[in-house]
Design a protein around this ligand. Structure first.
Ligand code: UT7
Length: 317
């Protein structure tokens, strides 16, 4: 089985910015509560001309342009999302047509909630291992504003819309170590097809408890398998659900704070999109440099948990 590395990243964000003050006009809340409990100050929502597909397309297009590869070299598209515009066809299929990608490659959506982007990397790795084309596109995209209950203050203030994409390259002998798992459970759920309404429900405290134990579990499993330590990692990018979750992990590992990036302040929790959005932002800021080692860690609905250690081999933007 081949390993994979990140060649380039891209992003697509809803263009309507919603601040905490905007929410305080809708539900009984305030900036102080939201920021101190979550680290979030604002988030992007789609406007009437945007949706899951348009965000995913913008992100994938930007990543493809930055990679400087031809469409013919793309061997798969894996799109992680829990908020597709259509239950069928998949966002990946529509994006394939939109970007004029080859017609003889596997393109599919997956649902592993907030761990979806990392699950997507592993799916792409498998698909590229058995194909001839070297590159894949992995996307995390969500339009969570469509499934937010605007009367529930305990959830509506948390989420945002956005997409992050990566062009990955598969080859043998690349550093790639991952850990994927799930515990099952309905601590976070969105009703499915046929339901009268479709909104996010979450038992916040339970999920918080799960998150602070899942992240070290994933990190330790990857270190055990790879023989690496935190010293070997240049940047750790965790799912951006809550600043306090990441602070907890930093403290546990007595790690330098700057090794664990946080950007939920301006994006909120964008589920499957949060890790690639953060990775893209770091690349754009020049924080991630060519050949650096990344450790990505996600956790979320279904009590999924996932981590991947791999190289950023890409272009400095
Ligand atoms: O992406 C998937 C993974 N998701 C997560 O990782 C989320 C994990 N959970 C969390 O981040 C936190 O549990 C939350 C941010 C969701 C909630 O923070 P908390 O410290 O666990 O608060 P809580 O739910 O225990 O609520 C504390 C109080 C309650 O009031 P009482 O019962 O103590 O009087 C809530 O009604 O805060 C109240 N509250 C609010 N107050 C003002 C809940 N939401 C709000 C709000 N504004 N928006």
């Amino acid at each position: 089985m081949k390993g994979i590395e990140i060649i380039s990243t891209g992003t697509g964000l809803g263009s309507r910015v919603m601040t905490n003050d905007d929410f305080s006009k809708i539900v009984e809340t305030d900036d102080e509560w939201i920021y101190t409990r979550t680290g979030i100050r604002s988030r992007h929502f789609c406007d009437e001309n945007e949706n899951n597909l348009s965000l995913a397309t913008a992100a994938a297009k930007q990543a493809l342009e930055r990679a400087g590869i031809s469409r013919e070299e793309v061997g798969c598209v894996v799109c992680a999302t829990v908020t597709p515009t259509y239950a069928s066809p998949s966002t990946a299929c529509l994006l394939q047509r939109e970007l004029k990608l080859p017609g003889d490659i596997p393109v599919l959506d997956i649902n592993a909630a907030c761990a979806g982007f990392i699950y997507g990397l592993e799916v792409a790795r498998g698909l590229l291992s058995s194909g001839d084309r070297p590159y894949g596109i992995v996307i995390g995209v969500e339009e969570l504003s469509k499934v937010i209950d605007m009367t529930d203050r305990s959830t509506c203030v948390l989420f945002g819309d956005g997409a992050g994409a990566a062009v990955v390259r598969a080859d043998k002998d690349l550093l790639f170590e991952d850990y994927l798992g799930a515990k099952g459970g309905l601590e976070i759920f969105i009703e499915g097809v046929g339901s009268e309404k479709s909104t996010v429900h979450m038992e916040g405290r339970e999920v918080f408890r799960f998150a602070v134990s899942a992240i070290p579990k994933v990190i330790n499993a990857i270190f055990e398998k790879s023989g690496k330590t935190l010293e070997d990692v240049d940047h750790c990018i965790c799912h951006q659900a809550n600043a306090r979750i990441i602070d907890h992990v930093v403290k546990k590992y007595k790690a330098p704070e700057e090794k664990f990036y946080k950007n939920m302040e301006h994006f909120g929790n964008t589920s499957a999109a949060s890790i690639p959005i953060a990775m893209n932002e770091m690349c754009e800021k020049g924080m991630i440099k060519k050949d650096e080692t990344l450790l990505l860690v996600g956790f979320g609905g279904g009590l999924t948990m996932a981590g991947a250690m791999l190289k950023y081999r890409g272009v400095n933007i």
